[in-house]
Each structure stands twice: as C-alpha cells, then as structure tokens.
Design a protein around this ligand. Structure first.
Ligand SMILES: NC(=O)c1ccc[n+]([C@@H]2O[C@H](COP(=O)([O-])OP(=O)(O)OC[C@H]3O[C@@H](n4cnc5c(N)ncnc54)[C@H](OP(=O)(O)O)[C@@H]3O)[C@@H](O)[C@H]2O)c1
Length: 252
C-alpha cells in the first residue's frame, strides 16, 4: 500500500499539506493523518479525494509508534511522502516559563519527530520524500522564543544531515523554514504579541508556504525558505555575525 503520512494534520500547515498533496500526488492508496484532534481530521478526510486513515494520538506516545509500526507492517506499506509537521512553541523568557512547557517543546518538535522519522525510514524506497517542518527561527538564537528556535535548529540540522545519509538510497529530505504563518500557532504560542508575530508584513498564508514547500521538495531542495522576506533573513544570518544581529534586535 502506497502511503502519504502527515503529522500535525488537524490544522494549519499540516491540513494544508494534506489538501495540496491530495491534488498533486498520483498512485497513492491512502493518506495517514496524525494529531490529537480526531474530529478535525475526520472533517479534513471528507475533503480529500484519497481515503484517509486517522491516528488520533499524541506524537509523544509510545502507543502511537507501536500502532503506526504495526499498521505499516500489516499493510506492507510503502511510504512515498512523510511530512513531519506536528509542532508547538511558547513565547516568553526561559526564566518565566515552567520547565514542563520547555520540555514539551523539545519532546514534540525534536524527540517525537526523530522517533517518527526513524520508524518510517524502513518503509521507504528509492524516490520517497521526507519533509520536515522547521522554521526560520532555526537560523538565529531567539531571546523570548529560545527553546522553540533551538528546537527548530535541531530539526533543520537533523534534516540536512539525514538528507546526506539517505542520498545514496534515493530518499530525499527537505526542511521547510517559514517565518510567521497565519495559523493557530501564532495565537497558541503567544507569538502574535511578540516581535516574531508582530511583523505583519512578513506573515504568509499557509497555502503559499505549503505550495512553495512542495515545489522545493519536488526539486529535491534540502532547505526551503518560503517568501522573499525570510530568504533575506536567512542571507543576513549567514553573512552578519549573530552577536551583531542580536545587539541590533535588542536596541529595536
Ligand atoms: N505558524 C507559524 O508561524 C509557523 C512558522 C514556522 C514554522 N511553523 C511550524 O509549522 C508546524 C505546523 O504549525 P502550524 O503553524 O500549522 O500550527 P497549528 O495549526 O497549531 O498546527 C500544529 C499541529 O501540530 C499538532 N500537534 C501539536 N502538538 C501535538 C502533539 N503533542 N501530538 C500530536 N500532534 C500535535 C496539532 O494537532 P493537535 O493539537 O490536534 O494534536 C496541529 O495539527 C509546526 O511544527 C510549527 O512549529 C509554524
């Protein structure tokens, strides 16, 4: 059975990946959708032309990994596209946040993403693709969003290294690094109130971010930075020392 597997499919970018890939892909038997909000995924499944299988579970739960692995084996699954998109972040200084919240960010964005990726690779063949949802926050340490930005640096660098490791097997890995996107994330993370969220002029729509991500993945790009503003930001973080950028940001 040929499968597209998407985590964080109940809203925002994950749901948009499902909608756009549903139209783009051919020869796929099922879309497998993972997130906690079952009803949201059931509604999304109604919109899709492909049959969808719903895994309503927390990406941190071992029971999810066991269930996925069992069903992948049972169906002799061939994962054509894995979109590792589930993620969260909480705005605020490290000293003002509970350690539970900070650890949640690492568990969801890094540990669960790593667990799901390694679980899926044995079910991938030449030509398969992994898309990791990182963030442009990965490009620079972000005071006020420290754990989130650091977690996305992990996603970005893990993704780039994994892409090199899998290249000879013909499995391609793309990290997507958007700036602020109009999704529930901005509100849930509190980023709407921060400088990250306030930059209204750089905010993108989920459909545009996903379209650019899919175009980049098709071109086998290792990193996709959607939008001109964030491409400029990426360049800046490559040529100007981070200490200088952080000093300017502090003054602003
Ligand atoms: N929006 C932005 O500004 C922005 C910018 C750069 C990168 N990103 C990244 O893009 C990805 C998608 O975010 P979004 O903007 O689409 O926000 P969103 O609408 O809040 O979507 C987050 C998705 O992750 C799922 N999720 C979160 N925690 C989970 C858990 N413990 N177990 C299972 N699923 C979980 C959520 O599903 P349930 O709540 O139903 O479980 C939801 O489907 C994230 O990795 C985020 O870091 C977002």
């Amino acid at each position: 059975m040929k499968v597209v597997l998407i985590t964080g499919a109940s809203s925002g970018l994950g749901a948009e990946f499902a909608r756009q890939l549903d139209k783009e892909v051919s020869g796929i038997d099922e879309f497998w959708l993972v997130a906690r909000r079952k009803e949201r995924m059931e509604e999304l499944a109604q919109e899709l032309t492909h049959p969808a299988r719903i895994f309503a579970n927390d990406v941190r739960n071992r029971s999810l990994y066991e269930c996925l692995e069992w069903q992948l084996n049972e169906e002799c699954a061939d994962i054509k596209i894995l979109v590792n998109n589930a993620g969260c972040g909480f705005n605020g200084f490290v000293t003002e946040q509970s350690s539970e919240k900070l650890i949640d960010v690492l568990d969801i964005n890094c540990t669960a993403m790593t667990a799901i990726t390694t679980l899926c690779i044995p079910f991938m063949k030449r030509g398969a693709h992994i898309i990791h949802m990182a963030s442009s926050a990965a490009y620079l340490p972000q005071p006020g969003f420290a754990a989130y930005a650091a977690s996305k640096s992990y996603v970005l660098n893990f993704s780039r290294a994994l892409g090199e490791e899998l290249r000879s097997r013909g499995i391609y890995v793309t990290a997507v690094c958007p700036g602020p996107v109009e999704t529930e994330f901005l509100k849930k993370s509190g980023a709407e109130k921060s400088s990250y969220g306030l930059k209204k002029y750089v905010r993108m729509e989920a459909k545009d971010v996903v379209a650019e991500a899919i175009r980049g993945a098709k071109r086998k790009q290792t990193v996709v930075t959607p939008g001109l503003a964030m491409k400029g930001f990426r360049l800046l973080t490559k040529v100007v020392p981070h200490e200088v950028i952080l000093k300017v940001m502090r003054k602003l």
